[in-house]
Write a protein that binds this ligand. Structure first.
Ligand code: AR6
Length: 180
């Protein structure tokens, strides 16, 4: 049985080559700051155009859900837009909602025959999810998923900063690599 590789890198997700890259969007799907802004800026207007069509059809995207669009000019075939939970102290099902983001994004990628998917650290920016807790949810959810599913070749965690990178390496039990 083929096994899925989990790779952790420090960098900008808009530069990553993967079948699908994931966007930490908001429920309006109409763009924002952070990684969302970066993806729309680099990918160009085709992404927003498709987001608008999805909004017209289904009225946005709920927390924990995911939708898929073209990746426009990016080095990917698709952008999967998922909406992470806003951190609210941890007692509002934030962990379950964050886990749903990872699961639903992977399921959507597989449905579209993707073999590689790249994730940013969903919810850890504007939405305020503590970095270590978020890394634990991300690592465990992806590990659980690929234990019972062999459709993906590679899952890439793309960390913008050292803190996120260290947290995800720790959560995955992978030694951090210093490429500086
Ligand atoms: N590549 C990889 N990671 C990035 C990049 C990048 N180019 N830019 C930022 N990050 P955030 P959220 C990291 O705030 O917390 C938006 O306005 C960043 O360092 O982008 O889920 C949306 O429209 C952080 O670790 O997303 C929503 O309104 C992580 O990506 C809201 O923010 C997520 O930070 C969503 O908030």
């Amino acid at each position: 049985m083929q096994t899925t590789i989990i790779e952790t890198i420090k960098g900008d997700i808009t530069k990553i080559k993967a079948d699908a890259i994931v966007n930490a969007a908001n429920s309006s799907l109409l763009g924002g700051g952070g990684v969302d802004g970066a993806i729309h800026r680099s990918g160009g207007p085709a992404i927003l155009e498709e987001c608008r069509k999805i909004v017209a059809r289904q009225g946005g995207c709920k927390t924990g859900d995911a939708v898929i669009t073209t990746a426009g000019n990016l080095n990917a075939n698709f952008v999967i837009h998922t909406v992470g939970p806003v951190w609210n102290g941890g007692k509002k099902n934030e962990a379950e909602k964050l886990a749903s983001c990872y699961r639903n994004s992977i399921q959507l990628a597989i449905k579209h025959n993707c073999k590689t998917i790249a994730f940013p650290a969903i919810s850890t920016g504007v939405y305020g999810y503590p970095i270590n807790e978020a890394a634990g949810v991300a690592a465990n959810t992806v590990k659980d998923f690929i234990l019972n599913n062999n459709h993906l070749e590679k899952v890439i965690f793309v960390c913008f900063g050292d803190d996120n990178y260290g947290a995800i390496c720790h959560a995955l039990n992978q030694p951090p690599i210093d490429r500086s």
